[in-house]
Ligand binder design. Sequence first.
Ligand code: PEP
Ligand code: MG
Length: 324
Amino acid sequence: LKAELQKFKNLLSKTADGQEKLIEANIGSPSDVETVIENGGEGVGLFRSEFLYMDNDHFPTEEEQYTAYKQVMDAMKGKLVVIRTLDIGGDKKLSYFEFPHEMNPFLGYRAVRFTLDRKDIFKDQLRALLRASAHGELGIMFPMIATVDEFKRAKAIVEECKEELRKEKIAFNENVQVGMMVEIPAAAVNADKFSKYADFFSIGTNDLIQYSIAADRMSENVSYLYQPLNPAILKLIDLTIKGAHKNNKWVGMCGEMAGDIQALPLLLGMGLDAFSMSATSMLRARALMSKITMKEAEELANKALATDDTPEVIELVDAFLATK
Ligand code: PEP
Ligand code: MG
């Protein structure tokens, strides 16, 4: 089986009828890139920048960050690398910074909410990212965007950093893509509005599911509710993809669901453009994709979107996969 999958290592990700997609990897540190290349990744769909902050005793400097980002850009040799700005708070703490105590940290001061408030910290990261953009194809991505205004404010700070770099005559890519995670239901519902401003979306299902179903992603007690194939989740994904495409923007997914074999035909059918997953899941996904036509995926997705509840979706998908 492993040898069978190896055949897909140097192939493009395509459906049975030749529709091209991207299968990419999620990484947590520059040292993960090797595995991405070994497994034929077509890019990095999510580089979580938290490690730079968490495995440290101070907020990383612009220079420290630039070195780490450049390392990934260089290794990926011009393939798209999406780096997410700091997603701290919630359950992710820092030894050298005390977050305010909150009743519901997952609904509180975290991610872009924190960096918009701490422009000094945000700018160090954005300048490092812009400088790294000179070394390949970079996408800058903001986590936990809830309103269009937040996106605009974050984007304005990118523009401010660009202006500084221009004045300092430091190289960066003027056309660097600036996008956002869709992991808050409000952003999924209004995706067609956000896509007027964002260059791309990446759907973060890990959080999108927890916030939509009000079920903590870490809680065993309510794990029965945490179902990616819940038709309500499928509807939010469908809205997000349609909302992106309405303004000709591409949309990926970097939550766990992107690497889920049961979800793959549905995501294809809804029109997802890029699938970012753990590096070791990529070849299996590429192999399955090669057996599915867009037409049958679309039919399956439409049926799934019309179901009443998760078990019906699972039944549809399993029957479909049994024919592959
Ligand atoms: C997500 O929420 O789906 C996601 C990819 O981000 P994280 O798992 O880091 O919250
Ligand atoms: Mg998330």
